[in-house]
Design a protein around this ligand. Structure first.
Ligand code: NAD
Ligand code: UDP
Length: 346
């Protein structure tokens, strides 16, 4: 599958604008990932020339195979912790580069922290040189294990500085600091989204996050692994809704003076999610309990009043609908469209 993809190394002149070129140019760091590939697709649809930049740590070349047929799309293989050449030229920069699943971001915590901080610095410097608008994919993890529920943007959070999740949580918090300091110091136009748990097509079967784990386990007829009691809650947003939120935030006439929550306020316990997945896939899978990871947040639900009132945005796809699309996706990926037979046959 990888052979059809032409991935260019940095330094081939691909990030530069041709003199006759009028279309707007966007850079998507992390463009080969789950959300990044959806964002690239949306930007191409909206008329941009798009360059994805990725180190392919968790992103996949095949996420981009359809996009690479479009002459307005290019992919650069590059790790954003390394310096970027001075001659890249973009109107808009989106920073989505960072592993998002706990097992992946904890596998090399120092690289995760460098990605969040050095990567953000490199992209902010590029934005400054280009006078480009820049978007940061921040996270609900900045609220840690919250004492305020639901979480408004004004809540400062409750984050452990030295636990196994800290490389991600504190890395993302530091990146927010850098973004706002670049805005105050250099007048950069920044947009910072705090993304709550998002799922959908193009998640990897081995991603490790709860929605993909449960669906893949149910389709394979394996036990669903609930961590802890399953009474902890999350709010799950479907990817298409989230990408619409990105565009509304990026295209708002004025940059909000603070990060903006983007997520689906519907709140579910992990046990409710497991039950929904088993029932929708008609799986014979059982539920088994595994230890709760350290510092696993007990509740999470976004207060999206700001996005609703100022961006006219709110999610449209509820969990049942989103799960249906996502189960279809994994069923096709794993079994070539044999609808739910993976579970039934086992
Ligand atoms: P993902 O792991 O699928 O995508 C991350 C992409 O970044 C991958 O393609 C990966 O290879 C690339 N990458 C990682 N480190 C890099 C580096 N140093 N240099 C270049 N590329 C690098 O995860 P995702 O769910 O698509 O998340 C995208 C962004 O959104 C991340 O920044 C994540 O923190 C943020 N986010 C996602 C969620 C969610 O629920 N999906 C929630 C909160 C925040
Ligand atoms: N979780 C679970 N089983 C799994 C994977 C995750 O019970 O196979 C739990 C996890 O402990 C957490 C919730 O589901 O309470 C969401 O986990 P995920 O890794 O998807 O996101 P995050 O913890 O970063 O919000």
């Amino acid at each position: 599958m990888n052979k059809v993809i032409k991935v260019l190394k940095l330094g081939s002149g691909i990030g530069q604008r041709e003199s006759h070129q009028k279309r707007r140019r966007a850079l998507v760091a992390g463009g080969a990932g789950f959300l990044g590939s959806h964002l690239c697709e949306r930007l191409l649809r909206d008329g941009y020339d798009v360059v994805a930049m990725d180190n392919f740590h968790t992103g996949k070349r095949y996420n981009l195979s359809a996009l690479l047929r479009d002459p307005r799309f290019t992919c650069i293989e590059h790790d954003i912790i390394d310096p970027l050449p001075a001659d890249l030229d973009f109107d808009e920069i989106y920073n989505l580069a960072c592993p998002a699943s706990p097992p992946h971001y904890q596998a090399d915590p120092i690289h995760t922290f460098k990605t969040s901080v050095l990567g953000a610095l490199n992209l902010l410097e590029l934005a400054r040189r280009n006078n480009a608008k820049i978007f940061q994919a921040s996270t609900s993890e900045v609220y840690g294990d919250p004492f305020v529920h639901p979480q408004p943007e004004s809540y400062f959070g409750n984050v452990n500085t030295h636990g196994p999740r800290s490389c991600y949580d504190e890395g993302k918090r530091s990146a927010e600091t850098l973004f706002f300091d670049y805005s105050r110091t250099y007048g950069l136009d920044i947009r910072v989204a705090r993304i709550f748990n998002t799922y959908g097509r193009r998640m990897q079967p081995d991603d490790g996050r709860v929605v993909s784990n449960f669906i893949v386990q149910a389709l394979r007829g394996e036990d669903l692994t609930v961590y802890g009691s399953g009474q902890q809650t999350r709010s799950f947003c479907y990817a298409d809704d989230l990408i619409e939120g990105f565009m509304r935030l990026m295209n708002a006439p004025h940059a909000p003076a603070h990060p903006v929550n983007l997520g689906n306020p519907g709140e579910f316990t992990i046990m409710e999610l497991a039950t929904l997945v088993v029932s929708y896939t008609n799986s014979r899978s059982k539920i088994v309990y595994r230890p709760l990871p350290v510092d696993d947040p007990r509740q999470r639900k976004p207060d999206i009043s700001f996005a609703r009132d100022n961006l006219g945005w709110e999610p449209r796809i509820n969990l049942a609908q989103g799960l249906e699309h996502t189960v279809d996706y994994f069923d096709t990926l794993l079994y070539g469209s044999r609808r739910f037979t993976g579970a039934a046959a086992s």
